[in-house]
Structures are given as C-alpha cells and as structure tokens.
Design a protein around this ligand. Structure first.
Ligand SMILES: NC(=O)c1ccc[n+]([C@@H]2O[C@H](COP(=O)([O-])OP(=O)(O)OC[C@H]3O[C@@H](n4cnc5c(N)ncnc54)[C@H](OP(=O)(O)O)[C@@H]3O)[C@@H](O)[C@H]2O)c1
Length: 314
C-alpha cells in the first residue's frame, strides 16, 4: 500500500467523489479540558492530520481553539487537515440534526466538516441532557425516530455543501445493511471498535466490498491492562522489529486496510504513535492468528459509552 516510512502518511480514498482520509487519526476523547488542548496541539505538531471529535466528548471548543492556533502557528491550511465530529444520540430527530451540526461547527471554529458521523444508532430522548435516565437509572430511548429518518437529515447536510462526507459509528452489520441499501448518500465511513481481539472481519469485508472506509477505535485496547499492549504475540513482534507494542498495533490496523484512531496525551506519546512503519508479512500473519476475543466497549449494544471488561477467552 505504501513505502515503509510512509505508512503514517497513508491516505485512504472516500466514496464521496475524490475525498481522502489520513489513515492514522488522533482521537479527542480526553476528559480534561487543558489536556485536550495540549494533546491536540502536540498531535498537530507531530504530524497528525486527522482529528476525530464528538459533541458527546464535551470538548469541541478546546479542540477548535487548539486547531485554530496550531494551524496558524505552523502555516497549515484548513484543507490539509481532516476533521470529523459526531451527532449525539439525543439529536436523532431530523429537525435537531442541522442545529446540532451547526453548533459543533461553531464550537470547532470551522466552516465545514470533512466527516459527520451518527455517533450510535440508538436514539435517546431529545433534549439537552446527554445521558437521559429514568428514576431507576435506565436509559430513556426515543422510539419515535428511525435511524433512516436521521440519515435523511444527514444526507441534506451533504446537499448543503458544508459537510463533505457522512457515516455511522458503533453500528453492526444487521443495522448497517438496510441503511446502506436505503441511503441516497451512501455512508462513507463506519467507525467501530476493532483490534486483534475484535477484528470485526465480516464487517470489514462488507465495508471493503461497498467502498465504505472502516475506521477502528480502541486499537490499543483502550490501553487496558492486562490487554493488547502486553499480549505475548504483540510483544514478541515488537521486540523482533524494534518497535513498541502500540506501534505494532497501529501498523497492523492500517495494513489490513482500516483507518485507525489513537489518543496520545503527551508529545512523547504522539511521536511514538506517529512513528509507525510497515510490519513484515510474517508478523501480520502471527497477529491475525491470535485467538483471544474481547469487546471492551459495550456502546454498540446500548448506545451508552463505557467499558465492559470481560475475561478473555481463548
Ligand atoms: N465511536 C465511539 O463510540 C468511540 C469510542 C471510543 C473511542 N472513540 C474514538 O477513538 C479514539 C481512540 O480512543 P481509544 O481509547 O480507542 O485510544 P487508544 O489509543 O486505543 O487507547 C488510549 C489508551 O491507550 C494508552 N496509550 C496511548 N498510546 C500509548 C502507547 N504508545 N503506549 C502505551 N499506552 C498508550 C493511553 O494511555 P494514557 O491515558 O496514559 O495516555 C490510553 O489509556 C478516541 O479518542 C475517540 O476519538 C470512539
């Protein structure tokens, strides 16, 4: 796909008529506002050109400020970065989609988005409370809006010209398939949890077949320990080729044809996670043979972000 030294600069084509997404993306799911700013700045300075945001992360303002300052300081043009943000579950009703999109653009200090994702296929009760619950703590879903209705409103954002591509996140094949078939503007990207313990091969094959870019989150297993960063196969490959486990996991993701998000919070981590290079074929095969299966994030089943650590099964 690319020269060894160029893996980090891989750009993957989108189905929107000429767009490309930098394969290695910086994720902004960072709870602390000050760290959001420094980490975003460090990522930009290191060379990351793809920034993954979300209304739900409640830090679009900090990301927007860091990007604006960073672009100006380095003389980087807006067109040279790729920015994604996501529609939260409480804004699925069609009349709420455009206002939510405009509000995100405003917070991010941007006049267009490269990609807007439906964050999850689950509609929550509309309103300002991002996590609406009943007295017993159960999520209040909104049964009066279908995903396709939300998608129609997403399509109109593309028509309006300030959103270059649209896609979905935290979705399985069962929901993606009917939506894909009914969509006038086909999803350009699907963002889901994926790593060697959750390769999502069937979904990946579907996406490749339909020209949808598969974007993996949790490539390092959310950094949980014990976990992927200490996996014996990953560690052995890393030691053999003189790379760190994180670098091996990020390279594996791109070499299997997915884009990938990572969230380095310091400049040193940003440099480490950007400094990836092509893995040899035998290393890819060894990683592909890992049998452990583990889903870390249950958001795909409920729409509520979170981690459900499970005992890995061989
Ligand atoms: N669509 C969704 O529902 C969804 C869900 C989750 C995430 N995302 C997106 O995906 C992005 C990636 O998030 P992620 O949690 O999946 O990122 P990740 O990079 O897989 O995991 C982040 C964790 O890995 C650690 N880490 C990062 N680089 C490391 C390195 N070189 N060596 C050792 N540990 C390292 C971090 O530790 P420290 O904390 O010590 O830095 C942190 O605990 C998010 O920012 C967000 O944009 C989307």
């Amino acid at each position: 796909m690319t020269e060894p030294s160029g893996l980090r600069l891989t750009r993957m084509p989108l189905n929107n008529g000429g767009g490309h997404m930098p394969a290695l993306g910086f994720g902004t799911l960072i709870p602390d506002a000050a760290v959001t700013k420094t980490a975003t700045r460090d990522a930009l300075e290191t060379g990351f050109r793809h920034f993954d945001c979300a209304e739900r992360y409640r830090n679009e303002r900090e990301v927007g400020e860091a990007l604006q300052l960073g672009l100006a300081a380095a003389g980087i043009a807006r067109e040279d970065i790729f920015v994604t943000t996501k529609l939260w579950n409480t804004n699925h009703r069609p009349e709420r989609v455009k206002p939510a999109f405009e509000a995100s653009l405003d917070r991010l200090r941007l006049d267009y988005l490269d990609l807007y994702l439906v964050h999850t296929p689950f509609a929550f009760q509309p309103g300002d409370e991002q996590d609406p619950r009943d007295q017993d703590g159960n999520v209040l879903y909104d049964n009066d809006v279908a995903l396709l209705d939300t998608w129609r409103a997403m399509e109109r954002l593309v028509d309006d010209g300030r959103c270059r591509a649209i896609g979905l996140s935290d979705i399985g094949l069962n929901e993606l398939l009917p939506l894909y078939e009914s969509a006038r503007v086909k999803p350009a990207v699907v963002q889901v949890e994926a790593h060697p313990y959750l390769p999502e091969t069937e979904l990946l094959e579907f996406c490749k077949d339909k020209g949808i870019l598969f974007l993996a989150f949790a490539p390092l297993g959310h950094g949980m320990k014990p976990g992927l960063l200490e996996d014996p196969v990953i560690s052995a490959v890393a030691a053999r080729i003189g790379k760190t486990p994180a670098q091996v996991l990020l390279a594996w993701a791109i070499q299997r044809g997915t884009a990938v998000l990572t969230t380095p919070k310091t400049a040193a981590r940003a440099r480490e996670n950007f400094d990836i290079s092509t893995l040899p074929e035998d290393a890819l095969n060894e990683i592909n043979r890992i049998q452990t299966r583990q889903r870390l994030n249950n958001v795909v089943n409920t729409g509520s972000p979170g981690f459900i650590p499970r005992v890995p099964s061989a």
